[in-house]
Design a binder for this molecule. Structure first.
Ligand code: IVH
Length: 677
């Protein structure tokens, strides 16, 4: 590193520390990083070097000395919290490098201090989110995220829904108690499915499978989480007096008890063989069905691991060799500002076509104005493009040394490029929005396309048909679809009697679509398929949902402030009410059909039950059970509550309120007894 004065070093250290903390938060808490891992690691390595040169400025709280924290996520994003539990052993990170030379340094440091013959466990570095599982007497007792390394969020309920993680172990010599750590990840196919669904709903897709995995793990709705197709691999066992001499023996034993372990690991004898493993997987990883971001090399002998110990942040017996992301450098020609179905504006860069990992890239997302300013991007700049697991590549940097004199700063539009309305930006949102949801053609067309889509009303019409119907002026409001006649349809390009008949038939059929899908179809901002399902089950009808006070909405798992606000705003809009009225008259379903809630008995008829805490079944299943026996679920304890069903870790506030109001508190067992009687 070039010479640097004391004052500048101090300033730079402070700046880098702040920047790294900010990026840690974007990565671990918001699940939406704004820089690549490579850029992050570069900043971190600069800070490490400066702190070594000027130890007097290295603080105890420096990001070089602690791992990024994923705590807060639930509170920050959903307004809810997971219970935080202390880790028995600190949950560390790994040192990392992008260079073969530094790998040699890692090996040399070890061979200098260790005299005994050692071997190396060479493993894939899975790109997901870290998890720590505790098994006692062969049973999964809890699952914690890494959190801040000393305490993590208890995500046991969600982990129980990951197919590959057994809640019970079978086999020989299972220690009475042990911890096993690993990675929860989302395979590419599940990731693409999820993002396609998100796009269909007009939601922001996840930037990469890692963000998708950690975002999903912190969902408040275990059923929704289950459908996300997460997987797990475990790679580090800890415990007191475990009967193993090597790491690979411990992992092999874990595999024999039914735990998911990596089939790609190899125990190798020499440094050269370990480096060969790295070279081999740098190529082969591209055909794996999940994301990896490097290779982990660990000293295999546990006594040597103990001897080497660890630093404040990472073990000295392991390191990660990380793969540099593939990049291409190409000129930025122009920027388009696209309007989405919900009015969100996304800047999209038009690039001079360039080859990247086997495909030609012409366009790349710039996400939002903040991102453009962060990059200090100019039209005419040479920009670095990367594929981050997403279909649309992203711009990760600007090569300022090649900025031509003619380069110009882009003008972020003040008005919607489609309808001309002034754009708005909410305080906590990164994106600009076109607020003209009832008049902006792109937004209206988007709503029709969504309404007709397979998971919504499943109407036999592609995007182009909906656009044509709109452009011809036949449809303005959702209810207009049901007013269309054959003559109008036959004016569409290439349509004949048969296609018009098929369309009208599918319109008729759509009247059978259940309430939960109708609720999804009408396009309340932020309400996706799962939330619509939950709201439909909870309230039973659109009338009950319309009448629900905001506080009541917030009691529902997964419904946060933004969703509650948009539900309230939706029903406050007279145009939406007119749409619902007409659609109802046309025969669409605005309430759950009685026979869809299968009645088992009337044992809870007339009872209002408030559930609180966790049960042996999911909370959704518990609510369904209550309804199946004729009971009603409610989110908050009031004078009308018959029972408070207190599960494990039930909320102290609800218990207190129940006591004050004299509401009977029953346990899960009490309920089953009542139902059996
Ligand atoms: S060993 C004490 N092995 O990478 C160190 N970590 O960037 C225990 N990771 O925190 C970690 N694959 O979340 C280990 N085969 C592997 C891994 C792995 C992915 C993650 C892990 C770690 C992070 C460090």
């Amino acid at each position: 590193m070039a010479k640097i004065s004391k004052t500048s070093a101090k300033e730079r250290i402070e700046f880098l520390s702040k920047e790294l903390e900010r990026h840690n938060r974007n990565y671990y808490v918001m699940n939406a990083p704004t820089i690549s891992d490579f850029e992050f690691d570069l900043l971190m390595s600069e800070l490490q070097t400066l702190e070594k040169m000027f130890p007097e400025f290295a603080s105890q709280q420096s990001p070089t000395r602690h791992v990024g924290s994923d705590l807060e996520t639930s509170k920050a994003r959903n307004g809810m919290e997971f219970e935080q539990v202390a880790h028995r052993y600190p949950m560390l990170s790994l040192g990392n490098t992008y260079s073969k030379e530094e790998m040699y340094e890692f090996f040399n440091r070890i061979t200098r201090t260790v005299t005994q013959k050692i071997t190396f466990s060479c493993e894939l570095k899975f790109d997901g989110t870290a998890i720590c599982l505790t098994y006692r007497n062969g049973k999964l007792v809890h699952a914690l995220t890494r959190g801040d390394g000393t305490k993590g969020d208890d995500v046991s309920r969600n982990v129980a829904n990951i197919k590959s993680i057994p809640t019970e172990l079978h086999g020989k010599n299972i220690p009475e108690e042990f911890e096993i750590r690993g990675e929860i990840f989302m395979p590419f196919d599940a990731f693409e499915r999820l993002n396609a669904e998100k796009r269909e709903k007009g939601e922001e897709p996840f930037a990469n499978p890692r963000n998708a995995a950690s975002g999903s793990l912190k969902l408040q709705n275990p059923q929704e989480m289950k459908e996300r197709g997460l997987d797990c691999v475990l790679y580090h066992m800890l415990g007191e007096n475990l009967p193993f001499a090597t790491h690979s023996e411990a992992i092999a034993a874990a595999g024999s008890w039914g735990l998911p372990t990596s089939v790609y690991s190899e125990t190798l004898d020499t440094i050269e063989a370990a480096l060969e493993y790295i070279g081999k997987w740098d190529v082969k990883r591209k055909s794996l069905p999940f994301a990896t971001d490097g290779i982990v090399i660990k000293v295999n002998e546990l006594n040597v691991q103990r001897q080497l110990g660890m630093t404040a942040k990472s073990p000295r017996w392991a390191t990660a060799y990380k793969f540099k992301p593939e990049q291409a450098l190409t000129p930025l020609l122009s920027i388009d500002y696209q309007v989405g179905r919900t009015g969100a504006i996304t800047p999209v860069a038009n690039l001079e076509p360039v080859q990247l990992s086997g495909t030609v890239v012409k366009r790349a997302s710039l996400h939002n104005l903040d991102q453009m300013q962060l990059l200090d991007i100019h039209i005419g700049d040479y920009v670095y493009v990367e594929k981050g697991g997403e279909i649309i590549p992203k711009i990760t940097g600007v090569e300022k040394s090649r900025r031509p004199d003619s380069a110009t700063l882009p003008d972020f539009p003040a008005k919607c490029p489609d309808c001309g309305a002034f754009l708005v930006r909410d305080e906590d949102e990164a994106k600009h929005y076109c607020p003209n949801s009832d008049g902006c053609p792109t937004q209206i067309k988007g709503r029709f396309i969504h309404f007709a889509s397979r998971k919504a009303m499943d109407i036999l019409a592609g995007d182009a048909t909906m656009e044509q119907l709109f452009d011809k002026g036949y449809i303005r409001h959702l209810q207009d679809i049901y007013r269309l006649n054959k003559e109008q349809l036959m004016t569409l390009d290439g349509w004949q009697e048969k296609s018009a008949d098929n369309f009208l038939e599918s319109l008729e059929k759509s009247k059978e679509v259940p309430f939960e899908r109708v609720l999804f179809a009408i396009g309340i901002r932020h309400i996706g398929e799962q939330n619509a399902k939950m709201l439909a089950t909870h309230y039973g009808s659109i009338d009950a949902l319309m009448d629900a006070p905001r506080e009541d909405l917030l009691q529902i798992d997964g419904i946060g402030d933004a969703m509650a606000d948009s539900i309230m705003a939706f029903f406050d809009n007279p145009e939406n009410m007119a749409t619902i009225d007409e659609l109802r008259t046309r025969g669409l379903k605005f309430e759950i059909e009685e026979d869809r809630v299968r009645r088992i008995s009337d044992k809870l008829a007339g009872c209002t039950v408030v559930i609180s805490g966790n049960y042996s079944i999911s909370r959704e299943a518990m609510k369904a059970l209550i309804e199946a026996h004729g009971g009603k679920n409610s989110g908050s304890v009031s004078g009308k509550t018959t029972y408070l069903l207190a599960g494990e870790k039930s909320g102290p506030e609800k218990l207190k309120k129940a006591q004050t109001l004299g509401v009977k508190v029953i346990s899960e067992e009490d309920l089953y007894r009542m139902l059996e009687e």
